[in-house]
Each structure stands twice: as structure tokens, then as C-alpha cells.
Design a protein around this ligand. Sequence first.
Ligand SMILES: Cc1cc2nc3c(=O)[nH]c(=O)nc-3n(C[C@H](O)[C@H](O)[C@H](O)COP(=O)(O)O)c2cc1C
Length: 394
Amino acid sequence: MLAGRRLILGICGGIAAYKAAELVRLLRKKGAEVQVVLTTGAEAFVTPLLFEALSRKRCFTQRDFLSPQGGLIPHTDLAAWAEGIVVAPATASFLSKLARGEPSDLLTAIVMATRAPVLLAPAMNTNMWEHPATRENLARLREFGYRVVEPASGELACGAQGPGRLPPLETLLLEIEGLFVEKSLAGKMVLITGGPTREPLDAVRFLSNPSSGRMAVALARAALLLGAEVHLVHGPLSVSPPEGVKTHPVKTAAEMLQVAQGLFEKADLALFAAAVCDFTPEKPLQGKVKKEDFPRTLSLKPTPDIAALFNARKRPGQISLGFALEEAENLLPRAREKLEKKGFDFLAANALSAFEAEETEIFLFSRTRETPRRFHGSKEKVALEMLQEVARAL
Ligand SMILES: Cc1cc2nc3c(=O)[nH]c(=O)nc-3n(C[C@H](O)[C@H](O)[C@H](O)COP(=O)(O)O)c2cc1C
């Protein structure tokens, strides 16, 4: 997707500027031509020499803006040259200037002068990220049509804990590729179920499973990148869904069925990635039952099989994809059996080891193809590649 693409990488003055060096290397490895532009702030952290060596191109800085050489008009020439622009890291100060439409520096001027798609990757201290001015600027920038990749959470260089880290480079690469992917799900509605369900035993105890919901969130992101309207009906998640996804939080399997029902009617594509609890207590106990009074034997009943119920009501043209998590040795035969039995159009089979993990290996079965296709890598990468395949069936 990136081979031969002309990209500008704008780097601002934040600590994560050092990570941009690796990003240039990875983009070049994927075949992109990368033109780096450093802000004045960035030059306090990293040098043009580093980026010239990595990109094999002249690195533009603020000095080039108002005293250009060789007949260049750097901001308009670069703006016209670029097929895509990425600003990573984007500082609070850069976001503010762009939101106000104030092209007083080279990078802001390039971004304002281009017609190419622009991706902003903010990184900053958590309080700066949560500041109402930053929130407002980002809302504005999204309104202007800029894409924003949310920062990751974790420990920041300043010692703070929370959102503000530059996302992992693989996530960034995927978002950059998203600038160029065909919007094969534009105008389509995608329903995704994700995360575990919780079946209450009493007011404070429940039956559940360790699903993180990462696959569903990765599918939601991929469907957004492909241009779909995305609805995610989910149990408790360990990762946040990206902005732009319409989320419908639920707790139990019965609630998931109820909420997903109305959405399924309108969906073009339904992706059943939830780890729905298979059983629920026959009679949940009221209030918080004392430890000594808690029954030692539980009477359980099966929860509704949401995917099978919906598959039975599919209208022509509607496509469904299910997931099968199996022991490695039974994976492939069981997957084919589940595809048929439950009436899916596609079935993504993965081994038990994928549960909770960040990386995955998936075999995608379909009704129309004899042999499954294998996808491997981060859940984000696999989700995008898999959805591109599924979109062809729509
Ligand atoms: C050590 C240090 C680290 C900084 N890290 C960040 C950061 O991660 N994100 C940010 O928005 N600003 C950060 N700043 C503040 C910016 O450098 C400052 O706002 C600067 O004016 C940004 O310039 P630019 O946006 O033109 O690159 C940091 C400043 C210092 C001194």
C-alpha cells in the first residue's frame, strides 16, 4: 500500500521525536518516499542530519520557510508533491496553530496548503492531552477532515501515567496505510460484538472469561479505515475503541442480544467477535450474598447463541463473520464445522493462545473457498487484511 507513495513526515518538538527516526526507516522499508520536515521545536530534540541520512532526502526546517533557495516555494511545492502527510509526534502547540489556521511556520503552512490526506499523531503529557483547549482543537481538526490517531496510554517520559504516548509504530504504520486504502466499506453499516459478557451470580460476583476485546476493537478500527459506519456492542473492554465508533456497552449475553438485535437489522456486515459467556446462573441471587451463605453448587442454563440466532434471520446480501477459538490440534476441522453449523459466511479461526494476546494467527474460512486464508501479525494488521477480503464479498 505504501510502495512508491510520496509522504511528508512532519515532526514536532516533543520527546517522542526520537521515535520518528524509526518510523522513517519503517516507511522506507515499505517502499515509501519520505520527506521529513522538522519544526523549530523538533530541532531542539533531533537533528536534520539524522533524518537526511534515514530518508536519503534533504530535511526541511523552519529556516527554509521564509528564505528559500533555488526558486523553491517550500510550503506549496511540498504540499503539492505529497500524496499523504503524517505529523508524528504532533505537539499541543502545533495542533493549536493548525486548528486556528495560523500558518506561521513551515509545517503548518504545508498542511494548510495541501489537498493530500493528513494524519495527526498527537503525543504529550496526559494533562496537556486532557486540557479543554487540546480537546477543542482536536474536535475542530477532526471537523476539518484531518484524521487523528489517538495516543496510547502508559508511563510517559515526564513520569505521568495515562494517555499521551505516541502509539506503537505498527499502529501508526497501519493508520498511515489507511490514508491510501480503498474505502471498500463506504456507505456500509458494520455491526461488531466484542469483549466478554458477565453473568451475575449475585450483586457483586459474576461468571466471565478473560477476553480483552482487542480483536473487536481492531476490527472496529479497520472497518472505520475502510469507510464504514461502525457499531460496537461490547462487554467490558481492556482497550478503548477509536473515536468515531458508535459504542453500545452491555454486561450480560441477554443484554448483548437485545441491543445487537435492532442494529443487526440495519447491518450490511456483522462481525461476531464477542466471547459471550456460554452459561448463566439459573437464578441470580439478590444483593450481596454473605460468603458463608453462598451456595456451593451453581445451577446454570445456556445463554442465547447470538450469532446463530442472527444468522438464521440474515437477509440476502447481508454477510456475517464469526470467530472460533479452539485448541490448536482441532482448529481447522472444528472451524469448518462451525461455519456450516452456525450459518456464517466467513469464520475466523484462531488458536487458544490468541486469547488476551496482542499478536494473532487467523485462518479465514469462507463458504466460497475450499482452503482457508492465513493472516498473521498484530490484531490491527490482521483485522484490516481480513476485512478487505470480506468486503469483496459485499
Ligand atoms: C523536554 C520537553 C519535552 C516536551 N515534550 C512535549 C510533548 O511530548 N508534547 C508536546 O505537545 N509538547 C512538548 N513539549 C513542549 C513543546 O516543545 C513546545 O510547546 C514547543 O513550542 C513545540 O514546538 P512545535 O510544536 O513547533 O514543535 C516539550 C518541551 C520540553 C522542554
